[in-house]
Design a protein around this ligand. Structure first.
Ligand SMILES: *[C@@H]1O[C@H](CO)[C@@H](O)[C@H](O)[C@H]1NC(C)=O
Ligand SMILES: *[C@@H]1O[C@H](CO)[C@@H](O)[C@H](O)[C@H]1NC(C)=O
Ligand SMILES: *[C@@H]1O[C@H](CO)[C@@H](O)[C@H](O)[C@H]1NC(C)=O
Length: 362
Protein backbone atom coordinates (compact mmCIF):
# COMPACT_ATOMS: atom_id res chain seq x y z
CA UNK A 1 0.00 0.00 0.00
CA UNK A 2 2.76 2.43 0.94
CA UNK A 3 4.29 1.84 -2.49
CA UNK A 4 1.18 3.24 -4.16
CA UNK A 5 1.71 6.59 -2.56
CA UNK A 6 5.46 6.73 -2.96
CA UNK A 7 6.87 9.73 -4.76
CA UNK A 8 7.95 7.67 -7.77
CA UNK A 9 4.52 6.19 -8.15
CA UNK A 10 2.84 9.57 -8.04
CA UNK A 11 5.29 11.00 -10.54
CA UNK A 12 4.87 8.16 -13.01
CA UNK A 13 1.07 8.15 -12.72
CA UNK A 14 0.53 11.86 -12.81
CA UNK A 15 -1.84 11.92 -15.79
CA UNK A 16 -3.91 9.07 -14.44
CA UNK A 17 -4.28 10.84 -11.13
CA UNK A 18 -5.50 14.01 -12.76
CA UNK A 19 -7.92 11.93 -14.78
CA UNK A 20 -9.20 10.19 -11.70
CA UNK A 21 -9.81 13.47 -9.91
CA UNK A 22 -11.66 14.81 -12.96
CA UNK A 23 -13.82 11.72 -13.33
CA UNK A 24 -14.60 11.61 -9.61
CA UNK A 25 -15.63 15.23 -9.70
CA UNK A 26 -17.80 14.84 -12.78
CA UNK A 27 -19.39 11.62 -11.56
CA UNK A 28 -20.27 13.23 -8.29
CA UNK A 29 -22.01 16.07 -10.13
CA UNK A 30 -23.71 13.52 -12.30
CA UNK A 31 -25.18 11.79 -9.26
CA UNK A 32 -26.21 15.00 -7.56
CA UNK A 33 -28.15 16.27 -10.53
CA UNK A 34 -30.02 13.07 -11.38
CA UNK A 35 -29.84 11.66 -14.89
CA UNK A 36 -28.42 13.67 -17.71
CA UNK A 37 -29.18 13.27 -21.37
CA UNK A 38 -26.22 12.88 -23.71
CA UNK A 39 -26.08 15.00 -26.83
CA UNK A 40 -25.14 13.55 -30.18
CA UNK A 41 -21.43 13.61 -30.89
CA UNK A 42 -20.30 15.23 -34.13
CA UNK A 43 -18.10 12.84 -36.10
CA UNK A 44 -15.53 15.64 -36.45
CA UNK A 45 -14.67 15.29 -32.76
CA UNK A 46 -12.71 12.13 -33.59
CA UNK A 47 -11.22 13.25 -36.91
CA UNK A 48 -7.77 14.49 -37.76
CA UNK A 49 -7.28 17.79 -39.62
CA UNK A 50 -7.39 16.36 -43.15
CA UNK A 51 -10.47 14.37 -42.29
CA UNK A 52 -12.30 17.44 -40.98
CA UNK A 53 -11.47 19.36 -44.17
CA UNK A 54 -12.66 16.42 -46.28
CA UNK A 55 -15.78 16.04 -44.13
CA UNK A 56 -16.77 19.62 -44.99
CA UNK A 57 -16.32 18.83 -48.67
CA UNK A 58 -13.07 20.74 -49.29
CA UNK A 59 -9.93 19.51 -51.02
CA UNK A 60 -7.08 18.84 -48.59
CA UNK A 61 -3.38 18.12 -48.55
CA UNK A 62 -1.08 17.11 -45.74
CA UNK A 63 2.72 17.49 -45.48
CA UNK A 64 5.53 16.82 -43.06
CA UNK A 65 8.12 19.57 -42.69
CA UNK A 66 11.47 19.03 -40.96
CA UNK A 67 12.96 21.87 -38.95
CA UNK A 68 16.65 22.67 -38.72
CA UNK A 69 16.76 21.14 -35.23
CA UNK A 70 15.12 17.88 -36.29
CA UNK A 71 11.44 18.26 -35.39
CA UNK A 72 8.95 16.97 -37.94
CA UNK A 73 5.88 19.18 -38.15
CA UNK A 74 2.53 18.38 -39.65
CA UNK A 75 1.30 21.01 -42.11
CA UNK A 76 -2.21 21.05 -43.57
CA UNK A 77 -3.50 22.75 -46.68
CA UNK A 78 -6.85 23.69 -48.17
CA UNK A 79 -5.61 24.43 -51.70
CA UNK A 80 -8.89 25.92 -52.84
CA UNK A 81 -12.45 26.64 -51.81
CA UNK A 82 -15.81 25.43 -53.03
CA UNK A 83 -16.84 28.79 -54.42
CA UNK A 84 -15.92 29.04 -58.10
CA UNK A 85 -14.02 32.24 -58.78
CA UNK A 86 -13.79 33.98 -62.13
CA UNK A 87 -10.21 35.11 -61.52
CA UNK A 88 -7.49 32.92 -62.87
CA UNK A 89 -3.78 32.83 -62.07
CA UNK A 90 -2.03 31.73 -58.92
CA UNK A 91 -3.90 32.09 -55.67
CA UNK A 92 -2.56 34.27 -52.87
CA UNK A 93 -1.10 32.08 -50.13
CA UNK A 94 -1.93 32.45 -46.44
CA UNK A 95 -0.46 30.65 -43.42
CA UNK A 96 -2.64 30.41 -40.31
CA UNK A 97 -0.79 29.73 -37.05
CA UNK A 98 -2.66 28.63 -33.92
CA UNK A 99 -2.12 29.67 -30.28
CA UNK A 100 -0.97 28.01 -27.08
CA UNK A 101 -2.38 24.48 -26.60
CA UNK A 102 -4.10 24.73 -29.97
CA UNK A 103 -3.74 23.02 -33.33
CA UNK A 104 -4.69 23.49 -36.97
CA UNK A 105 -8.30 22.50 -36.20
CA UNK A 106 -8.79 25.85 -34.45
CA UNK A 107 -9.25 27.45 -37.88
CA UNK A 108 -11.80 24.92 -39.13
CA UNK A 109 -13.84 23.70 -36.17
CA UNK A 110 -16.96 25.69 -36.88
CA UNK A 111 -19.18 25.33 -39.93
CA UNK A 112 -17.49 26.46 -43.18
CA UNK A 113 -19.35 29.79 -43.22
CA UNK A 114 -17.94 30.54 -39.77
CA UNK A 115 -14.39 29.15 -39.84
CA UNK A 116 -11.59 31.43 -41.04
CA UNK A 117 -9.79 28.58 -42.81
CA UNK A 118 -12.76 27.76 -45.04
CA UNK A 119 -13.82 31.39 -45.47
CA UNK A 120 -10.36 32.28 -46.84
CA UNK A 121 -10.35 29.23 -49.12
CA UNK A 122 -13.72 30.29 -50.53
CA UNK A 123 -12.42 33.84 -50.95
CA UNK A 124 -9.74 32.51 -53.29
CA UNK A 125 -6.80 31.90 -50.97
CA UNK A 126 -4.49 28.92 -50.89
CA UNK A 127 -4.78 28.17 -47.15
CA UNK A 128 -2.03 26.52 -45.09
CA UNK A 129 -2.51 25.52 -41.45
CA UNK A 130 0.53 25.13 -39.19
CA UNK A 131 0.97 22.86 -36.17
CA UNK A 132 3.56 23.91 -33.59
CA UNK A 133 6.09 21.39 -32.30
CA UNK A 134 4.78 19.21 -29.50
CA UNK A 135 1.07 19.45 -30.33
CA UNK A 136 -1.10 16.44 -31.20
CA UNK A 137 0.09 16.35 -34.84
CA UNK A 138 3.72 17.44 -34.49
CA UNK A 139 5.21 14.87 -32.15
CA UNK A 140 7.93 13.44 -34.35
CA UNK A 141 11.66 14.11 -34.44
CA UNK A 142 14.48 12.75 -36.56
CA UNK A 143 16.37 11.35 -33.58
CA UNK A 144 14.37 11.99 -30.40
CA UNK A 145 11.17 10.40 -29.10
CA UNK A 146 8.47 11.98 -26.94
CA UNK A 147 9.67 9.84 -24.02
CA UNK A 148 12.90 11.82 -23.87
CA UNK A 149 13.27 15.04 -21.89
CA UNK A 150 15.31 16.57 -24.74
CA UNK A 151 12.30 16.39 -27.06
CA UNK A 152 10.35 18.66 -24.71
CA UNK A 153 13.18 21.17 -24.16
CA UNK A 154 11.55 23.91 -26.21
CA UNK A 155 9.26 26.91 -25.87
CA UNK A 156 7.89 29.55 -28.22
CA UNK A 157 11.50 30.67 -28.79
CA UNK A 158 12.17 27.54 -30.84
CA UNK A 159 8.75 27.73 -32.52
CA UNK A 160 9.75 31.19 -33.77
CA UNK A 161 13.34 30.37 -34.54
CA UNK A 162 12.93 26.97 -36.22
CA UNK A 163 9.27 26.11 -36.88
CA UNK A 164 8.23 29.30 -38.66
CA UNK A 165 11.18 29.53 -41.10
CA UNK A 166 10.88 25.81 -41.94
CA UNK A 167 7.15 26.05 -42.62
CA UNK A 168 7.29 29.37 -44.51
CA UNK A 169 10.18 28.22 -46.74
CA UNK A 170 8.42 24.93 -47.42
CA UNK A 171 5.24 26.76 -48.49
CA UNK A 172 7.15 29.17 -50.74
CA UNK A 173 8.93 26.30 -52.41
CA UNK A 174 5.70 24.30 -52.92
CA UNK A 175 3.71 27.21 -54.28
CA UNK A 176 6.55 28.90 -56.20
CA UNK A 177 5.53 32.22 -54.71
CA UNK A 178 7.81 34.86 -53.25
CA UNK A 179 5.65 36.11 -50.42
CA UNK A 180 2.77 34.88 -48.31
CA UNK A 181 0.24 36.36 -45.89
CA UNK A 182 0.67 35.38 -42.25
CA UNK A 183 -2.20 35.21 -39.76
CA UNK A 184 -1.23 34.38 -36.20
CA UNK A 185 -3.52 33.87 -33.27
CA UNK A 186 -2.28 34.55 -29.74
CA UNK A 187 0.97 32.59 -29.28
CA UNK A 188 1.04 32.40 -33.09
CA UNK A 189 1.48 36.20 -33.05
CA UNK A 190 4.26 36.00 -30.45
CA UNK A 191 6.05 33.58 -32.77
CA UNK A 192 5.61 36.10 -35.58
CA UNK A 193 6.85 39.08 -33.53
CA UNK A 194 9.99 37.19 -32.51
CA UNK A 195 10.72 35.56 -35.86
CA UNK A 196 10.03 38.55 -38.11
CA UNK A 197 11.98 40.99 -35.95
CA UNK A 198 14.94 38.68 -35.33
CA UNK A 199 15.15 37.37 -38.92
CA UNK A 200 14.57 40.25 -41.33
CA UNK A 201 15.17 37.91 -44.28
CA UNK A 202 12.15 35.91 -43.11
CA UNK A 203 10.06 39.06 -42.69
CA UNK A 204 10.83 39.84 -46.34
CA UNK A 205 8.81 36.78 -47.28
CA UNK A 206 5.66 38.07 -45.57
CA UNK A 207 3.34 40.19 -47.69
CA UNK A 208 1.27 41.22 -44.69
CA UNK A 209 1.12 40.05 -41.10
CA UNK A 210 -2.27 39.87 -39.32
CA UNK A 211 -1.96 39.51 -35.55
CA UNK A 212 -5.18 38.24 -33.95
CA UNK A 213 -5.25 38.60 -30.16
CA UNK A 214 -1.61 39.74 -30.37
CA UNK A 215 0.65 38.95 -27.43
CA UNK A 216 3.87 40.76 -26.69
CA UNK A 217 3.31 40.91 -22.95
CA UNK A 218 0.94 39.14 -20.61
CA UNK A 219 1.85 41.15 -17.57
CA UNK A 220 -1.68 42.55 -17.29
CA UNK A 221 -3.56 39.36 -18.12
CA UNK A 222 -6.44 38.77 -15.76
CA UNK A 223 -7.81 35.41 -16.82
CA UNK A 224 -7.54 32.54 -14.31
CA UNK A 225 -5.39 30.72 -16.86
CA UNK A 226 -2.81 33.48 -16.60
CA UNK A 227 -2.93 33.26 -12.81
CA UNK A 228 -1.78 29.66 -13.08
CA UNK A 229 1.38 31.04 -14.64
CA UNK A 230 2.12 32.92 -11.43
CA UNK A 231 2.68 29.65 -9.56
CA UNK A 232 6.29 29.10 -8.54
CA UNK A 233 8.22 27.13 -11.16
CA UNK A 234 8.95 24.32 -8.72
CA UNK A 235 5.22 23.88 -8.30
CA UNK A 236 4.49 23.90 -12.05
CA UNK A 237 7.17 21.24 -12.53
CA UNK A 238 5.85 19.30 -9.56
CA UNK A 239 2.31 19.32 -10.90
CA UNK A 240 3.07 18.69 -14.55
CA UNK A 241 6.52 17.14 -14.71
CA UNK A 242 9.19 18.22 -17.16
CA UNK A 243 7.94 16.96 -20.45
CA UNK A 244 4.43 17.48 -21.74
CA UNK A 245 1.74 19.85 -20.63
CA UNK A 246 -1.92 18.84 -21.06
CA UNK A 247 -1.74 16.48 -23.97
CA UNK A 248 -4.87 14.43 -24.59
CA UNK A 249 -4.13 10.83 -25.30
CA UNK A 250 -6.77 8.74 -27.09
CA UNK A 251 -8.51 7.59 -23.93
CA UNK A 252 -8.62 11.02 -22.35
CA UNK A 253 -9.95 12.50 -25.61
CA UNK A 254 -12.77 9.99 -25.82
CA UNK A 255 -13.62 10.53 -22.18
CA UNK A 256 -13.71 14.32 -22.62
CA UNK A 257 -15.81 14.12 -25.76
CA UNK A 258 -18.23 11.83 -23.94
CA UNK A 259 -18.35 13.91 -20.76
CA UNK A 260 -18.57 17.27 -22.52
CA UNK A 261 -21.44 15.88 -24.55
CA UNK A 262 -23.56 15.61 -21.40
CA UNK A 263 -25.99 18.40 -20.81
CA UNK A 264 -24.83 20.45 -17.79
CA UNK A 265 -21.29 19.02 -17.96
CA UNK A 266 -20.98 20.78 -21.33
CA UNK A 267 -21.37 24.00 -19.35
CA UNK A 268 -18.36 23.04 -17.26
CA UNK A 269 -16.41 22.25 -20.42
CA UNK A 270 -17.30 25.58 -21.99
CA UNK A 271 -16.35 27.37 -18.80
CA UNK A 272 -12.97 25.66 -18.77
CA UNK A 273 -12.40 26.73 -22.37
CA UNK A 274 -13.54 30.28 -21.64
CA UNK A 275 -11.34 30.30 -18.56
CA UNK A 276 -8.36 29.97 -20.82
CA UNK A 277 -9.39 32.21 -23.68
CA UNK A 278 -11.48 34.87 -21.98
CA UNK A 279 -15.22 34.98 -21.36
CA UNK A 280 -17.61 35.57 -24.22
CA UNK A 281 -20.04 32.71 -24.33
CA UNK A 282 -21.84 34.22 -27.35
CA UNK A 283 -18.80 33.22 -29.33
CA UNK A 284 -19.18 29.55 -28.51
CA UNK A 285 -21.56 27.23 -30.33
CA UNK A 286 -22.51 24.94 -27.46
CA UNK A 287 -23.69 22.25 -29.87
CA UNK A 288 -20.14 21.91 -31.12
CA UNK A 289 -18.48 21.66 -27.73
CA UNK A 290 -17.52 18.05 -28.44
CA UNK A 291 -15.65 19.11 -31.60
CA UNK A 292 -13.74 21.77 -29.67
CA UNK A 293 -12.76 19.58 -26.74
CA UNK A 294 -11.81 16.76 -29.11
CA UNK A 295 -8.94 18.92 -30.39
CA UNK A 296 -8.21 21.80 -28.08
CA UNK A 297 -5.67 21.17 -25.36
CA UNK A 298 -3.53 19.77 -28.11
CA UNK A 299 -0.53 19.83 -25.79
CA UNK A 300 2.76 21.66 -25.54
CA UNK A 301 5.91 21.37 -23.45
CA UNK A 302 6.06 22.21 -19.76
CA UNK A 303 9.04 24.40 -20.72
CA UNK A 304 6.76 26.47 -22.94
CA UNK A 305 4.44 27.03 -19.97
CA UNK A 306 7.46 28.00 -17.85
CA UNK A 307 8.48 30.48 -20.54
CA UNK A 308 5.01 32.05 -20.44
CA UNK A 309 5.31 32.10 -16.68
CA UNK A 310 8.60 33.99 -16.98
CA UNK A 311 6.82 36.40 -19.32
CA UNK A 312 4.09 37.08 -16.75
CA UNK A 313 6.66 37.69 -14.05
CA UNK A 314 8.98 39.92 -16.08
CA UNK A 315 6.28 41.64 -18.11
CA UNK A 316 8.69 41.53 -21.04
CA UNK A 317 9.00 39.59 -24.23
CA UNK A 318 12.36 37.92 -24.00
CA UNK A 319 14.13 34.65 -24.59
CA UNK A 320 13.62 31.67 -22.29
CA UNK A 321 15.78 31.86 -19.19
CA UNK A 322 17.52 28.49 -18.96
CA UNK A 323 18.67 29.30 -15.44
CA UNK A 324 22.34 30.05 -16.10
CA UNK A 325 24.16 32.68 -18.12
CA UNK A 326 26.29 30.08 -19.91
CA UNK A 327 23.30 28.00 -20.95
CA UNK A 328 21.43 31.11 -22.06
CA UNK A 329 24.31 32.18 -24.30
CA UNK A 330 24.84 28.70 -25.66
CA UNK A 331 21.13 28.31 -26.44
CA UNK A 332 20.45 31.72 -27.88
CA UNK A 333 23.55 31.61 -30.06
CA UNK A 334 23.26 35.34 -30.60
CA UNK A 335 19.65 34.92 -31.65
CA UNK A 336 18.28 38.35 -30.99
CA UNK A 337 16.60 38.90 -27.68
CA UNK A 338 13.63 41.07 -28.36
CA UNK A 339 12.37 43.12 -25.49
CA UNK A 340 8.86 44.31 -25.22
CA UNK A 341 9.97 47.91 -25.20
CA UNK A 342 11.96 47.73 -28.41
CA UNK A 343 9.13 45.81 -30.01
CA UNK A 344 6.26 48.06 -29.12
CA UNK A 345 8.24 51.28 -28.99
CA UNK A 346 6.79 52.04 -25.58
CA UNK A 347 8.16 54.93 -23.60
CA UNK A 348 9.34 54.36 -20.05
CA UNK A 349 6.63 56.55 -18.51
CA UNK A 350 3.91 54.66 -20.28
CA UNK A 351 5.28 51.42 -19.02
CA UNK A 352 5.31 52.52 -15.43
CA UNK A 353 1.70 53.53 -15.46
CA UNK A 354 -0.50 50.87 -13.93
CA UNK A 355 -2.89 50.51 -16.80
CA UNK A 356 -6.03 48.44 -16.42
CA UNK A 357 -5.77 46.84 -19.80
CA UNK A 358 -7.41 43.57 -20.71
CA UNK A 359 -4.94 41.16 -22.21
CA UNK A 360 -6.38 37.91 -23.36
CA UNK A 361 -4.37 34.88 -22.51
CA UNK A 362 -4.42 31.85 -24.76
C1 LIG B 1 -5.45 11.83 -41.23
O1 LIG B 1 -6.35 10.93 -41.81
C2 LIG B 1 -6.05 10.63 -43.18
C3 LIG B 1 -7.20 9.85 -43.75
O2 LIG B 1 -7.75 8.96 -42.83
C4 LIG B 1 -4.73 9.89 -43.24
O3 LIG B 1 -4.40 9.58 -44.58
C5 LIG B 1 -3.66 10.77 -42.64
O4 LIG B 1 -2.43 10.09 -42.60
C6 LIG B 1 -4.04 11.23 -41.23
N1 LIG B 1 -3.09 12.22 -40.81
C7 LIG B 1 -2.56 12.28 -39.60
C8 LIG B 1 -1.59 13.37 -39.33
O5 LIG B 1 -2.84 11.48 -38.73
C1 LIG C 1 -23.79 29.42 -41.04
O1 LIG C 1 -24.72 28.47 -41.44
C2 LIG C 1 -25.53 27.95 -40.37
C3 LIG C 1 -26.35 26.80 -40.90
O2 LIG C 1 -26.85 27.08 -42.17
C4 LIG C 1 -26.36 29.09 -39.79
O3 LIG C 1 -27.13 28.63 -38.70
C5 LIG C 1 -25.42 30.18 -39.29
O4 LIG C 1 -26.14 31.30 -38.82
C6 LIG C 1 -24.45 30.63 -40.37
N1 LIG C 1 -23.45 31.49 -39.78
C7 LIG C 1 -23.02 32.60 -40.35
C8 LIG C 1 -21.97 33.37 -39.61
O5 LIG C 1 -23.44 32.99 -41.42
C1 LIG D 1 -23.85 25.20 -34.21
O1 LIG D 1 -23.49 23.84 -34.37
C2 LIG D 1 -24.55 23.01 -34.84
C3 LIG D 1 -24.04 21.57 -34.83
O2 LIG D 1 -22.91 21.41 -35.63
C4 LIG D 1 -24.99 23.49 -36.22
O3 LIG D 1 -26.06 22.67 -36.69
C5 LIG D 1 -25.43 24.94 -36.13
O4 LIG D 1 -25.79 25.42 -37.41
C6 LIG D 1 -24.32 25.78 -35.55
N1 LIG D 1 -24.78 27.15 -35.36
C7 LIG D 1 -24.19 28.18 -35.94
C8 LIG D 1 -24.79 29.52 -35.61
O5 LIG D 1 -23.26 28.07 -36.72
Amino acid sequence: MSEIFSREWIVSHRTEMWLLILVAYLLQRNVNSGHMPTKAVDPEAFMNISEIIRHQGYPYEEYEVATEDGYILSLNRIPQGLVQLKKTGSRPVVLLQHGLLGDASNWISNLPNNSLGFILADAGYDVWLGNSRGNTWSRKHKTLTTDQDEFWAFSYDEMARFDLPAVINFILQKTSQEKIYYVGYSQGTTMGFIAFSAMPELAQKIKMYFALAPIATIKYAKSPGAKLLLLPHMMIKGLFGRKEFLHQNRILRQLLIYLCGQVIIDQICSNIMLLMGGFNSNNINMSRMNVYVGHTLAGTSVQNILHWSQAVNSGELRAFDWGSETKNLEKSNQFMVVTRRSLLGLKKEEEEEEEEEEWEWQ
